[in-house]
Design a protein around this ligand. Structure first.
Ligand SMILES: Nc1ncnc2c1ncn2[C@@H]1O[C@H](COP(=O)(O)OP(=O)(O)OP(=O)(O)O)[C@@H](O)[C@H]1O
Ligand SMILES: [Mg+2]
Length: 255
């Protein structure tokens, strides 16, 4: 179970922008509160700069909140960051940050070691994940020589090699071809069925519609609307999630 409690992040504004606007800080995430239970996928939707990645990075303990906090299975992200890290897997889409000179296998094993997973445990799991994601034949190739889709699959495996309870996927299908996208989606659903707590951010509404149980629409760091697709469309008197998204974005822009 993941619980965000008035989670807030302000970044300092410096240089030219500060001079021009007189602004000293920018609130990227603004008092965000929400809950996600095990076996559920929560979708974060929002325009560029809405605060999705910043939220996920705070939960993954890569950024310290300015105010508020979050808990992962009761562990506070600020006071029990080490435990939270062990319970959490984070995947960024697009630039996947593998070490090009290491093989796919070594990339995943390196991450396993960082998370205190013994080699004999990680070895079995790497082969299991490679089979599931169909990249066994690429395990011994240098990551720099792999196609984008295969690199993304390796990154998936790397993010969850320590079998985390909480999985954070930031635009996981970005840049993947149709088949790889489908495999990534199936894999996320498989993790849900295993009872994992999942938060997913994606700009493709159809991906969010297919995968997510609940959806939160973010604007300027605030939760503008939240619920199942049925709840959101009913509450906002819209015919589709897309309509709700544009309606809330328009209302938020006017504020
Ligand atoms: N390290 C940083 N320093 C200063 N400002 C930052 C930093 N990281 C993010 N921001 C700002 O915080 C706001 C939220 O950014 P964030 O990356 O969380 O948005 P996002 O919803 O993930 O957007 P996108 O859909 O483009 O990925 C933006 O205005 C961004 O410029
Ligand atoms: Mg982002």
């Amino acid at each position: 179970m993941l619980e965000l409690k008035a989670l807030t992040k302000r970044f300092p504004v410096t240089g030219k922008h500060r001079k021009q606007t007189g602004q000293t800080s920018l609130t990227a995430v603004d008092g965000l509160s929400l809950q996600v239970s095990g076996g559920r996928i929560y979708g974060l939707l929002g325009a560029n700069g809405a605060g999705k990645t910043t939220t996920l990075r705070m939960v993954a303990t890569m950024l310290t909140p300015s105010e508020g906090t979050a808990t992962v299975d009761g562990c506070d992200i600020i006071t029990r960051a080490d435990e939270v890290r062990r319970k959490t897997g984070l995947l960024f889409g697009g630039d996947v940050g593998l070490y090009d000179r290491l093989t796919a296998y070594e990339n995943i094993q390196y991450f396993a070691r960082l998370n205190d997973v013994p080699d004999e445990v990680s070895s079995a799991r790497i082969h299991e994940l490679a089979e599931q994601f169909r990249f066994t034949e690429h395990l011994q190739k240098a990551a720099g020589k792999l196609s984008k889709g295969t690199r993304q699959k390796v990154s998936f495996a790397r993010a969850i090699i320590h079998d985390p309870q909480l999985m954070l996927f930031d635009e996981p299908t970005l840049g993947l071809d149709v088949t790889a996208k489908k495999e990534a989606e199936d894999f996320i659903l498989h993790c849900r069925d295993k009872g994992k707590t999942i938060v997913l951010s994606d700009h493709t509404l159809s991906v969010v519609e297919r995968l997510c149980d609940r959806i939160g629409i973010l604007g300027k760091g605030k939760l503008l609307g939240e619920g199942t697709i049925d709840e959101l469309t009913r509450q906002h008197e819209c015919k589709s999630l897309e309509e709700v998204f544009f309606k809330l974005a328009e209302e938020n822009a006017a504020l």
